[in-house]
Write a protein that binds this ligand. Structure first.
Ligand code: SF4
Ligand code: SF4
Ligand code: FES
Length: 240
């Protein structure tokens, strides 16, 4: 193998990659999908949703914050790990308010799409019915905190590359919510609709106004390409 190349196995498949990659990025490049929600390839990984948890050399760890090591043995697509992921997704649904059939993000939403992929039919836990403030103060961006899954993508994106640090978290536990810098709401910040932070939300918490129904239901991203299948399409067919 060339210098700097290393090799590991995931679900029995051998992957060759370069030193310094995260496990999730190496698997993406190899066409092997690890479910995720907070990870975004353009942002610093936060490792906070735990949906990407794999068994790595016998221990559970989040694939988005685990660097690849030569010889590591990874389990990803197992009934137990997928059941754990489904339980996490089900908890996220009841911790917020998620009326999918009439949500502006339906068909584009990563939480909804992952629920479909993992076989969720209806929430199994009691609803929390949280009440979080809606922020409609910005002329171009709508903030519906009741959909937020606390992935922190917008916080990371607003810090870098946007360089504005518009968002942070406030409160703890079920009371934790997305905080907007300053006192005048989102409309009083430097945030613009072209910012990266306005385009990384996996759900319908940060929504660009007048854009939501540009693409009709049934023709949206995950209506056409179920989540993860774009990554899986990269995988070359094994030699016969
Ligand atoms: S944000 Fe996603 S999961 Fe929540 S209601 Fe909208 S489509 Fe459903
Ligand atoms: S607003 Fe969206 S991107 Fe920001 S933390 Fe909530 S779910 Fe994540
Ligand atoms: S995607 Fe890895 S912890 Fe969220």
């Amino acid at each position: 193998m060339p210098l700097g190349t290393l090799q590991f196995t995931i679900d029995g498949i051998t992957v060759q990659t370069q030193e310094g990659q995260s496990l999730i990025a190496a698997c993406d490049a190899a066409g092997l999908y690890i479910p995720r929600l907070c990870y975004h390839p353009d942002l610093r990984p936060a490792g906070n949703c735990r949906v990407c948890t794999c068994r790595i050399d016998g221990h559970q760890a989040a694939a988005c914050v685990t660097p690849v090591r030569d010889g590591m043995v990874v389990e990803n697509d197992t009934p137990q790990l997928n059941a754990d992921r489904l339980a996490l997704i089900e908890m996220m649904f009841v911790e917020g308010n998620h009326p999918c059939p009439y949500c502006v993000a339906s068909g584009d939403c990563e939480l909804q799409a992952l629920g479909y992929r993992l076989g969720m039919t209806a929430p199994v836990y009691p609803f929390f019915w949280p009440r979080h403030e809606i922020d409609a103060s910005h002329p171009d961006i709508f903030l519906d905190r009741e959909r937020c899954i606390a992935c922190s993508r917008c916080i990371e994106a607003s810090r870098m590359p946007d360089g504005k640090s518009v968002f942070s978290y406030e409160g703890r536990g079920i009371a934790m919510h997305l905080h907007v810098d300053g006192w005048g709401g989102l409309g009083a910040t430097q945030m613009a609709a072209i910012d990266k932070a306005a385009h990384v939300c996996p759900v319908a918490c940060i929504v660009i106004r007048r854009d939501g129904y540009r693409i009709p239901n049934g023709q949206r991203r995950f209506d056409k390409t179920p989540i993860g299948t774009d990554i899986e399409a990269r995988r070359k067919a094994p030699p016969s």
